[in-house]
Ligand binder design. Structure first.
Ligand SMILES: Nc1ncnc2c1ncn2[C@@H]1O[C@H](COP(=O)(O)OP(=O)(O)OP(=O)(O)O)[C@@H](O)[C@H]1O
Length: 627
């Protein structure tokens, strides 16, 4: 039975579609009206209250794997956008070119409301099925849009406001859609203008980061109509190979070329005069006039890095592990080998899963399966079948062969349950039974099956507090918390330098070429608070590897928040960087992997003098805790 509100919506859609050409002014913007017409052609029912389709876990995993590079490059910016809009209760979705939500950020406080309204990881937004909605309508129109409340075609979504923008790859293909949505918003569509602009800006940042990734190893021209923005926010990006063949363009550069040449030329020499290009070096941004009477743009040209470029290294791999973590590891292995469950607590991104894997690998069960489930990353409705599996034909839509659950897959090995605090109460009860009885009952199966598993759980939540407020079972809390280990946050770890090196090596390897860190960039990394811990470090270095030119990461290549904090503490980064004595000290320390003896020797000073100067210049030696 439709509510009066939904019924009014259905009447409005029918009236508008019948009379749109006769109305002096349609009540919705033209792109929305076009989408309503398409939705009608798809024979969708505007009165339908059904939520969107949701991918099953296997398909979601496959889609995420296929879009791995896109998700990896976009991740930093998706998080940044969420940081900007979460205060106003927006969630952020990143969908692929088919409209499947593959990355989703939402605050725990609004997660349930969003889920009820149809927003979740794995939701599949196609205009043919869901009608006019943020992601699908942007996929069809290929431009940033707000689909506000009753702009949606189906009544199921008329409470939502969705502002979305397309993301194109450097060859001009649509990669997906970035979207910020809220369950509650004022009725006036203009209230969403700012959010739409933020989303469009973030979509551009993802496109530019994607461009930089594709342009690795090639000539890159950054350009802007104003000289001051060439480095920080270039509007146009062009990349070409040694023969001048244009390989990658960001969408603005593609539009620029289409407007001036009618189509995209194949060679950079058709766009800019080669002599003028040669003159545009790597120094101050130069004005460069394009062919076809284009007005001059300010540009900076970056040459491809030389293959055998010397890369500054900062410390040996495998440097010491933080002693607290080493001790936790030793104890956790002993506890696990005595068949006691291990509970890992720590801030988000602190490396709880990495730690759990290390414990498994060092335990007697090494070589046996290690199976992980993140209870916060999949819908409640899927956790049950993921964990317990189901028998053939257990429910409508179930696979005819049935499915082995993770508990069975982990038989003989270790099951890692991440974000255990997000497990629904009903499943907590079933899990408790499995742990107590060592038997699992798949959905719809006639018989129970014996399983031999050791469990490691992790959470960043206050489980004791959840027990107190009744959202976590006390008996399960005691059963999984045989031994509890608190992982220190990255900012407190004494092995930060070694971690930075290890993660940089891994990220550079996935870019396919060596990348080094300048001393100033290293300082930014060492001095930052890292609220997102090692995950944030990884994303920051991934981003920096994608955007840095010349194979050495400079402070300007790091995400803005890392640079911002340094300035916010009152230090003037430019002044620091331009102090020659400080720079010489840092260079020597970095070159000698922070070993004071060799660094002092290379500078021709004693160790005592080196320490004094390091102190005078406020340089923090890695391995020392900040006071
Ligand atoms: N010791 C490490 N060496 C290299 N990378 C690490 C290390 N610890 C964590 N990471 C990286 O940091 C990211 C987050 O790690 P992990 O998933 O283990 O954190 P978590 O604490 O389980 O996160 P969450 O709280 O979101 O569940 C991953 O990309 C992982 O590769």
């Amino acid at each position: 039975m439709l509510s009066a509100h939904s019924k009014a919506h259905v009447d409005c859609v029918s009236r508008v579609l019948k009379n749109a050409s006769g109305l002096p002014q349609a009540p919705v913007p033209a792109p929305i009206l076009d989408s309503w017409r398409r939705s009608e052609r798809h024979r969708l029912d505007p009165g339908s209250l059904q939520g969107p389709r949701i991918l099953d876990q296997t398909l979601l995993k496959e889609c995420r794997e296929r879009a791995e590079l896109f998700l990896r490059i976009a991740s930093e910016e998706v998080g940044r956008l969420h940081g900007q809009v979460r205060g106003a209760d927006y969630c952020v979705l990143l969908a692929d070119a088919q409209g499947r939500t593959l990355d989703y950020r939402v605050d725990a406080t609004i997660r349930n409301d969003c889920r009820k309204a149809g927003l979740d990881l794995g939701t599949w937004w196609s205009e043919g099925e869901e009608g006019t909605c943020g992601v699908a309508t942007v996929l069809a129109s290929k431009m940033p849009l707000t689909v506000h409340k009753r702009d949606h075609f189906r009544a199921a979504f008329i409470g939502l406001t969705c502002s979305a923008a397309p993301v194109f790859d450097p060859q001009g293909e649509l990669l997906g859609v970035l979207d910020a949505s809220a369950v509650q918003s004022p009725d006036d569509r203009r209230s969403q203008t700012l959010v739409r602009q933020l989303v469009a800006q973030s979509a551009r940042q993802i496109e530019n980061a994607f461009f930089m990734h594709s342009a690795l190893g090639h000539w890159v021209l950054r350009a802007h109509a104003a000289p001051g923005y060439v480095d920080s926010q270039p509007d146009y990006l062009f990349a070409w190979d040694a023969d001048g063949r244009l390989l990658a363009l960001n969408p603005a550069a593609r539009r620029y070329l289409r407007q001036r040449f009618g189509e995209v030329p194949g060679h950079i020499g058709e766009v800019f005069d080669p002599d003028a290009l040669r003159a545009a070096g790597d120094g101050v941004a130069q004005p460069l006039r394009g062919r076809a009477d284009a007005p001059a743009l300010y540009v900076r040209l970056s040459a491809p890095p030389r293959q055998s470029r010397p890369v500054p290294r900062v410390a040996a791999r495998g440097a010491e592990l933080d002693p607290r973590i080493a001790e936790h590891l030793r104890l956790a292995v002993r506890v696990k080998d005595r068949n006691l469950p291990v509970l890992i607590q720590g801030e988000t991104g602190a490396g709880k899963e990495v730690f759990a894997r290390q414990v498994h690998e060092a335990s007697a069960r090494r070589g046996k399966p290690f199976v992980a489930l993140n209870c916060a990353a999949i819908p409640d409705s899927l956790i049950e079948s993921e964990l317990f599996g189901y028998a053939a034909g257990a429910f409508t839509g179930a696979s005819s062969k049935g499915m082995r659950g993770l508990l069975q897959q982990a038989d003989g090995g270790t099951l890692f349950l991440d974000e255990i605090g997000d497990m629904p109460l009903t499943l907590q009860t079933r899990l408790l039974r499995v742990l107590a009885e060592g038997e699992v009952a798949p959905l719809g199966a006639a018989r129970r099956q014996a399983v031999d598993i050791q469990v490691i759980c992790a959470t960043h939540r206050d489980l004791a507090g959840m027990v107190a407020d009744g959202s976590f079972r006390e008996d399960l809390y005691f059963r999984i918390g045989g031994a509890r280990f608190e992982l220190p946050p990255l900012r407190e770890r004494s092995d930060r330098l070694a971690l930075i090196n290890r993660v940089l090596e891994e990220e550079a390897a996935s870019c396919g070429e060596p990348v080094g860190l300048s001393a100033a960039a290293l300082e930014c990394l060492l001095g930052y608070r890292w609220p997102g811990n090692v995950r944030q470090l990884r994303h920051a270095l991934r981003y920096a590897c994608a955007v840095c030119a010349g194979g050495v990461i400079q402070p300007g290549d790091l995400p803005a928040e890392l640079r911002g904090e340094r300035l916010a503490t009152g230090e003037d980064a430019a002044a620091l960087a331009s102090d020659p004595e400080r720079q010489a000290l840092l260079d020597a320390l970095v070159r000698h992997r922070w070993k004071p003896g060799p660094a002092a020797e290379s500078l021709g000073i004693s160790r005592a003098t080196l320490y004094r100067r390091v102190h005078q210049h406020g340089i923090e030696m890695p391995g020392k805790r900040r006071g």
